[in-house]
Design a protein around this ligand. Structure first.
Ligand code: PLP
Length: 464
């Protein structure tokens, strides 16, 4: 692990393997008898590493990079060595109490109100399922007991989110039996923020048609552009229709660690539920997602269930107290000791250390945006609010569809070099390039390498 980290920057980011190649190089069945560890470790280098995309490489600027680091690695190793399940307080008091402490640290670092109580899940996609399950129980009584099928007393329940919100919403709707067509996508303004007037109009129209406004999802840091919805305004509209407000701050919640950026996100305090992923931009490696809810007892009312074999282990204390049984706040029983790595990262960096790195990432994004804006044939495709930069190459005379293809080809060509990595997205139906800066090791020189590679790939289409 140490040598991997030391040599990371010298490795090509993307592997040169064909689909199935790695599987084909391995036996079809598990070995009958155990093998010596040195042989297994040799195969880790020989078979596995050549098939890895090196997300930790400082010039990997795809998606929302998740960063490992020394303290986090040690935390993961210690958690693996302990291998406890944080399902009830009694099954490992320290795992539970550390989870409570870390959740309170995150809440305070973000300036969220004390009324929000947290629970750790693996991902934001899982968190939104739990949040909407609680909203559903509140809005339409007795679903836990009676379910949805065959109910004539229930109307379709609608959840509203912007056309930029994450698709985990639709997955949650499917899983909760609410139907993906009841996830209503609301249009956005020129800066890709939900248009509150359109939201209001959709909610009024739906209410007139007898549909139940279950919840609104506001996003702080959307997946494509990191736009920030007007959460305060959305909260008022949501409240006036009796709908639950879920704030998806999976990526962008981290920006609230910067005192100078607090005002942009203060509406988060009005959330009925809020998710933030420290594994996106707080330097805790995958996976660690924190859901905060205003009514933890409601979550408990949906998910707590007694099991004879756990009697005596469970039932320790109230949510928010040290002695909570976290298994009562979600579908999982066995729960990894995720809090340990987060605790080690937060202690090793401090709030200031995390905030300084986030601030630096924003500076690097602004630096890249400045270069893009100054370059002929390139333009920014969205305002740069955090560590995300969306941009498009469109030389004169090239039609929009051809430009889509050119942008895609540039991404592909940069990634094939193995020296830098970016992704693409679609905005207003046009393909654009996307850079996400969030890796702890990324410096200005890495961003500059990527930009040079983009420009040189673009020369295949126009003389720059
Ligand atoms: N919400 C937003 C805004 C995201 O960008 C993402 C993923 O990128 C998610 C939710 C889903 O996160 P997870 O991978 O933790 O489920």
């Amino acid at each position: 692990m140490a040598s991997y980290r030391e040599t990371l920057e010298t490795r090509p980011i993307t592997p040169a393997v064909a689909p199935g190649e790695i599987r084909d190089s391995l036996p079809a069945e598990a070995p009958e008898d155990g093998e010596p560890l040195d042989r297994i470790l040799a195969d880790l280098d020989r078979v596995v590493l050549p098939g890895i995309v090196h997300w930790g490489h400082p010039a990997f600027l795809g998606y929302f990079g998740s960063t490992s680091n020394g303290p986090a690695l040690l935390g993961e190793m210690a958690a693996a060595a302990l291998n406890v399940s944080a399902m009830t307080w009694k099954t490992s008091p320290a795992a539970t109490e550390l989870e409570t402490v870390v959740l309170e640290w995150i809440r305070r670092m973000m300036g969220l109100p004390d009324e929000l109580t947290g629970v750790v899940y693996d991902t934001a996609s899982v968190a939104v399922v739990h949040a909407l399950a609680a909203a559903r129980e509140l809005a339409a009584k007795d679903i836990r007991r009676r379910g949805l099928a065959g109910r004539t007393d229930l109307s379709a329940m609608r959840v509203y989110a912007s056309d930029q919100a994450h698709h985990s919403l639709e997955k949650a709707m499917v899983l909760l039996g609410l139907g993906e067509e009841n996830a209503v996508r609301v249009g956005t303004d020129g800066a890709f923020r939900m248009d509150p007037r359109l939201l209001e109009r959709r909610m009024v129209d739906d209410a007139r048609s007898g549909l139940l406004p279950l919840a609104v999802v506001a996003t702080v840091g959307t997946t494509s552009t990191a736009s920030i919805d007007a959460v305060k305004e959305i909260a008022e509209i949501s409240r006036s229709h009796g709908a639950w407000l879920h704030v998806d701050a999976a990526y962008g919640g981290a920006i609230s660690l910067l005192p100078e950026r607090r005002a942009e996100t203060e509406g988060m305090a009005l959330a009925d539920s809020l998710v933030v992923n420290p594994h996106k931009w707080m330097f805790v490696p995958l996976d660690f997602s924190a859901l905060y809810v205003r009514r933890p007892q409601l979550l408990r009312a949906v998910f707590a269930r007694e099991a004879e074999y756990l009697r005596g282990d469970a039932g320790a204390g109230a949510p928010g107290s040290g002695a909570v049984d976290y298994m009562d706040f979600g579908i999982q029983l066995g729960r990894r000791f995720r809090a340990l790595k987060a605790w080690m990262v937060f202690r090793a960096f401090g709030r200031r250390g995390i905030a300084d790195r986030i601030r630096e990432h924003c500076r690097l994004a602004a630096h890249l945006a400045g270069n893009i804006a100054a370059e002929p044939f390139f333009s920014l495709a969205a305002p740069v609010t955090m560590g995300v930069v969306c941009f498009r190459f469109a030389p004169p005379g090239m039609d929009a569809v051809a430009a889509d293809r050119a942008n895609e080809a540039i991404v592909e060509s940069v990634n094939q070099t193995g020296r830098a990595y970016l992704t693409h997205t679609r905005l207003r139906d046009r393909l654009v390039m996307r850079v996400g800066i969030g890796n702890i090791a990324t410096e200005e020189r890495h961003v500059d390498v990527l930009w040079d590679l983009v420009r040189s790939a673009a020369r295949n289409f126009a003389s720059l």
